[in-house]
Design a binder for this molecule. Structure first.
Ligand code: FES
Length: 116
């Protein structure tokens, strides 16, 4: 089961701090629960990406999968679909629908998500 950090409420458009920049190693993914949303936060090099944690094929946690750094994709551990971290689009079957992409703000040491 993926590690999860929960934030129970967030005003839409506000920023919610997820973690510090150094709390996530390059190539790692970690799950956060923000106001009922499941978010998979990924770090590739010094860039951070946030997509919906729930695979669009079945309800499976994408933060249990592997980060494909060169492709900028996240692989679902259940059936192997990968998702583009920039767009949320599926790059391989069996998933055919995108996952949501969330805007991040990285300031100083903080990585925050803009609440949708
Ligand atoms: S549950 Fe993710 S590819 Fe099937």
């Amino acid at each position: 089961m993926a590690e999860s950090d929960a934030v129970s409420t967030a005003v839409p458009g506000s920023t919610v701090r997820l973690c510090g920049r150094s709390d996530l190693d390059p190539g790692a993914v970690r799950r956060f629960d923000v106001a009922g949303l499941r978010i998979a936060l990924v770090r590739i090099g010094d860039e951070y990406f946030a997509v919906g944690d729930r695979c669009s094929h079945e309800d499976f946690s994408l933060s249990d999968g592997d980060v494909w750094a060169d492709e900028c994709e996240l692989e679902c551990a259940k059936h192997g679909s990968t998702f583009d971290l920039r767009t949320g689009a599926p790059c391989s079957l069996p998933a055919t629908r995108p996952v949501p992409v969330y805007q991040l703000v990285v300031e100083g040491d903080d990585v925050s998500v803009v609440a949708p």
